[in-house]
Ligand binder design. Structure first.
Ligand code: FES
Length: 116
């Protein structure tokens, strides 16, 4: 069932909307990188749950949906504790994978740490 791509909207760090097709099974991190939505300072640990730069903010109901496929982990929680602009619907982009249930969602990429 990994065949059909889904439509996802990102709001990038400049507040611009970017619409992409995402492949179910791919992580949010992979999708951001593959589509060059953020090219600097995003996902710098390469998905190792060691940086929090892949922080994304989901919509209310969407946050709950992602927990079914990718349960909340303690490491993720610790990392998000240190991320700027965290909300109740924040997750790490490398910890969440697209499913076809997530078709049509909007994902916000908040301002990150200044890594320079
Ligand atoms: Fe570093 Fe997700 S890419 S925590």
């Amino acid at each position: 069932f990994f065949g059909k791509k889904i439509n996802v909207k990102f709001i990038d760090r400049r507040g611009e909307i970017v619409e992409v097709k995402a492949r179910p099974g791919d992580s949010i991190l992979d999708t951001v990188i593959d589509n060059e939505i953020e090219t600097e300072g995003y996902g710098i640990c390469g998905g190792g749950i060691a940086c929090s730069t892949c922080h994304v903010i989901l919509e209310d109901g969407v946050f709950d949906k992602t927990l079914e496929e990718d349960p909340w982990g303690e490491e993720e929680c610790d990392m998000l504790d240190n991320a700027p602009n965290v909300t109740d619907f924040s997750r790490l982009g490398c910890c969440v994978h697209f499913t076809k249930e997530l078709d049509g969602i909007t994902i916000t990429i908040p301002e990150g740490q200044d890594m320079r």
